[in-house]
Design a protein around this ligand. Structure first.
Ligand code: 5AD
Ligand code: SF4
Length: 441
């Protein structure tokens, strides 16, 4: 690619793991000589790194792929790649192949290692189109990664999922659990600390089973305590954490650590024992609550967040009431809520709906209403408190900085730009439902 400058664009859909994968694709592209851009018109290479968890995300991607057609017509040398969870699915790959001839590369979830060679092939062999959805299960290490230079970073510690929750497509598109070696994870964390990163979020579909595929017991607890020792890393978070696998040891390490935030994302999905069984979640209300109580006993200041699915096919009004009662009992700081989306190939896709779309929509609105009141009530308790926050940047409002406290809640306060990237103390002066307002001490 000697001569003129070439531009690449990677657009990410879906979860943090995809964000992290995209940073690796960007790192590889930069090493291949590309300059990154966010402008589709300017790009010589465009990748959509896609998500298959819900139908809405898929529809959006198909719309956006369609929109690239006229760009490709104007600029035939441009390379278009569709990567990630959507293209890993056989039916999507076939649809891309037949209906979207302007797409040059169809890459699945495990194509990172082969990507540079495949791109080289598309660039050099005339009219070549590649489709790579192989099921390789080794992990590619030392991938150049485009950390954005900020004070926070994601580190993937494992890939795939073994849980087969009946509604979820992830185990089919991301394959079985594969853990990175502890050495590889710790070296990456040390490198990030050297680059000035202050906060690391360890990522996996189920971090609690980290190391099990390598024969370790309590692998995640061990990893957490090792990351905690790294000089310069001031804050450690992790997600997601399947309630069936979280160990007492992990909670203990959290409570005794220097830097692990007392914040736990513990996906509940539903508060109904019947639904939890039909979702194949392997825990019930009682077991979930016992984990929450144990965790709160060890960490009284613990902030808890969760994922909730509304409208699972067999969900009745009574099942939904059980979810509401869990919200009130646990008192989550915030929740991520989703309307159930039918995913072809999963067991739940064969179940009949017992509720109408209107009933499900009304439940979803009610869920948000109940949660908003709880979030506000918990935020209100913070008024007057002095909290340490990591300053992330400048807010939309003039002269106001935006930061996060240990619970990962947004705290906005007036301050100077020079504080970005630093941990400072603020006094919380006012609570809102979604954010806290404060003043610098
Ligand atoms: N429909 C709606 N939400 C889903 N999730 C996973 N699969 C589906 C689906 N088919 C949600 C779960 C999970 C989060 C990442 O996405 O709540 O925890
Ligand atoms: Fe999907 Fe369940 Fe695996 Fe999470 S644990 S990725 S919800 S199958």
């Amino acid at each position: 690619m000697a001569g003129e400058e070439k531009f690449a664009l990677v657009e990410t859909y879906g979860c943090q793991q995809n964000v992290n994968d995209s940073q690796k694709y960007e790192g590889i592209l930069m090493e291949m000589g590309y300059t990154l851009t966010t402008d589709r018109e300017k790009a010589d290479f465009i990748m959509f790194n896609t998500c298959a968890v819900r139908e809405n995300a898929e529809k959006k991607v198909f719309g956006n792929i369609g929109a690239l057609k006229h760009l490709k017509a104007k600029k035939p040398d441009m390379v278009i790649a569709i990567a990630g969870c959507m293209s890993q699915q056989e039916d999507v790959s076939k649809r891309l192949k037949s209906k979207y001839p302007h797409v040059d590369m169809i890459l699945g979830t495990r194509a990172m290692a082969t990507f540079p060679a495949l791109l080289e092939k598309v660039l050099t062999e005339e009219k070549c189109r590649v489709i790579e959805r192989q099921e390789i299960d080794y992990i590619c290490e030392n991938v150049p990664t485009n950390y954005d230079g900020g004070c926070k970073a994601f580190v993937s510690i494992m890939y795939g999922c073994n849980n087969f929750c009946t509604y979820c497509i992830v185990p089919y598109v991301r394959g079985r659990e594969r853990s990175r070696s502890m050495d590889a994870v710790l070296s990456e964390c040390r490198l990030l600390a050297e680059k000035g990163v202050k906060e690391i979020t360890l990522l996996g579909q189920n971090v609690n089973s980290y190391g099990k595929d390598m024969g370790m017991t309590e692998g995640f607890a061990t990893l957490l305590s090792e990351v905690d020792k790294i000089e310069g890393i001031e804050r450690i978070r992790f997600m997601s954490s399947h309630p069936k696998d979280i160990s007492h040891k992990v909670l203990e390490v959290m409570s005794e650590s220097r830097h692990i935030c007392h914040q736990l994302h513990l996906p509940l999905q539903s508060g109904s024992d019947k639904l939890l069984r039909e979702m194949n979640r392997v825990y019930n209300r009682e077991r979930y609550l016992s984990i929450v109580n144990k965790a709160k006993a060890l960490m009284p200041d613990l902030a808890i967040t969760t994922d909730i699915i509304v409208g699972f096919p067999t969900e009745t009004e009574a099942d939904f009431e059980d979810t509401i009662s869990m919200l009130k009992e646990v008192k989550y700081d915030s929740i991520f809520s989703f309307i159930y989306s039918r995913r072809e190939g999963t067991p739940a896709a064969k179940m009949d709906f017992v509720s109408t779309e209107e009933e499900i929509k009304a439940r979803f609105d009610r869920l948000l209403e109940v949660q908003n009141a709880i979030s506000y009530e918990l935020n209100k308790k913070c008024e007057g408190e002095i909290q340490e926050v990591l300053v992330e940047g400048i807010s939309k409002e003039d002269g106001v900085l935006t930061s996060r406290n240990y619970a990962n809640k947004i705290v906005n306060f007036p301050g100077d730009e020079s504080l970005v990237g630093k941990i400072v103390k603020v006094k919380i002066t006012r609570a809102q439902t979604w954010i806290l307002l404060g003043e610098l001490l």
